[in-house]
Design a protein around this ligand. Sequence first.
Ligand code: NDP
Length: 434
Amino acid sequence: MAETKTVHSPLVTYASVLSLLTLCPPFVTLLWYTMVHADGSVRQTWDFLKQHGLQGFINIWPRPTAFSWKIIACYAAFEAALQLLLPGKRVEGPISPKGNRPVYKANGMAAYTVTMVTYLSLWWFGIFNPSIVYDHLGEIFSALVFGSLVFCIFLYIKGHLAPSSTDSGSSGNIIIDFYWGMELYPRIGKSFDIKVFTNCRFGMMSWAVLALTYCIKQYEQNGKVADSMLVNTILMLVYVTKFFWWEAGYWNTMDIAHDRAGFYICWGCLVWVPSVYTSPGMYLVNHPVNLGLQLALYILAAGVLSIYVNYDCDRQRQEFRRTNGKCLVWGKAPSKIVASYTTTSGESKTSLLLTSGWWGLSRHFHYVPEILAALLWTVPALFNHFLPYFYVIFLTILLFDRAKRDDDRCGSKYGKYWRLYCEKVRYRIVPGIY
Ligand code: NDP
C-alpha cells in the first residue's frame, strides 16, 4: 500500500486527535445544554458546573435512548435510500493522485427536495411532529457522538482490509490513519459513496432538517415565529439549497478530492455539523427576538448576497476549469497561469490557475462571503449572549487554517507556478489585509 502524507506535523495531529476525542463530545453536550436548558448563557452553565462539579456534568449528559437511535436510523436509512435510488446525471470527479477518476450520480438536489417535502408533509399532516426532535436533541447528539466513533473505526478497518480503490494507504501510524483516514473514495459496493453520504446526505442535509425543526419548535411553543428566527432559518436554508444545487461542484473541493475519510472529516460531518453548525437556530428557539421588518429585511438581503458571492466564486473557478479557460470572467477573457505538476505516479500534467475575477482579489476570497453569511444568520440573535457566535468564530479559525493548508499543498504541487500566482495575487484571504 502507498504511504499517505500527513496534513499537519505528527505533533499537531496528536494534539488535534486528543482534543477532538476528549473535548468535542463534552463540548457538544455543553453547547446543547446551555442553549436548551441554561438560557444560552455560558455563565449559567459555568455556575452550575462550579456548584455540582463532575457529577453535575455526568448528570446533564443525556444517555442515548432507543428512541434517539430509532430517529437516527430512520433518517440515515432514508437518506441512503435516496442516494442510491433517485436518478441523477453521471458526473466525473477530479483525477485522483493515483490517476483514478471517481464517478458519481448527481441526485443531491432531488434528495434535498424529497427530504424537505417529506419532513414538512409529515408535520403538516400530523404524522410526525419535528418538535419531538428538538425535545430529544440531547439524546440524539449523544447517540451521534458514540455512533460516529464506531463508524470511524469501521472506516479504519475497511481502509486496511478492503479499500475500494488504489487511492488508499497507511501512514504507518495507527492514530494518524484513524484521524486523517486511509481511503480517499471509500465505497460500499460499486456505487454507494461513503463520503457523499457522511458529508452531504447526512451532515449537510441534517443542517436543513434541524433549521426547519427549530423554526417549527418555536411556532409550536409560541404560536408564531419571530422575525429573527425567520431570517436565521431562511438564510441557513438558502445556504444549504445552494450547497445541494452545486453538490457536484463540491465533489471537486478539498473535502472530497484531498481529505481522506477518517475521524477528522467524517466525525465532523456526522456530529459537528448537526450540533455546532445549526447552533444559532438552536439558541433562537427560546429567544424570539423581534428585529422589526426593516432590519430583518436588511440582514436577509445582506445574507443572501453573501451566499450568492460565495457561490459565484466557486462557480467561477469551476467554469474556468471546465472550459479550460475558454470562458468570460467578469465580462473579459480570464487571466491565468498554466501550471505543470507531476502526479505521484510520475506522470506530467497541467492545470490552469485563474488570476482574475474573484480569484484575482485574493487566493481564497471565497472564504470572506462564507464567514459573512454565517455572521448574518447569527446576528438576528443580537448580542445578549456570546454562545450563538461560537460557530462563526470556529468557522473563521477553520477557514484560515484551511487556506494555509491549501496554500502549502498547492505550493508543493505546483512549485514555481504557485509562487508566481502568490506574486500576482498577494493576499491569502482578505484583499489588502491578509
Ligand atoms: P476549493 O477546493 O474550492 O478551492 C481550492 C482548490 O482549488 C485548490 O486546492 C486548487 O486545487 C484549486 N485552486 C486554487 N487556486 C486556484 C485558482 N486560482 N484557479 C483555479 N483553481 C485553483 O476550496 P474549499 O474546498 O476550501 O471551498 C469550497 C467551498 O466550500 C467554498 O465555498 C467554501 O467557502 C466552502 N467551505 C465551507 C466550510 C464550512 O465549514 N462551512 C468549510 C470549507 C469550505 P487543484 O489541486 O485542483 O489545483
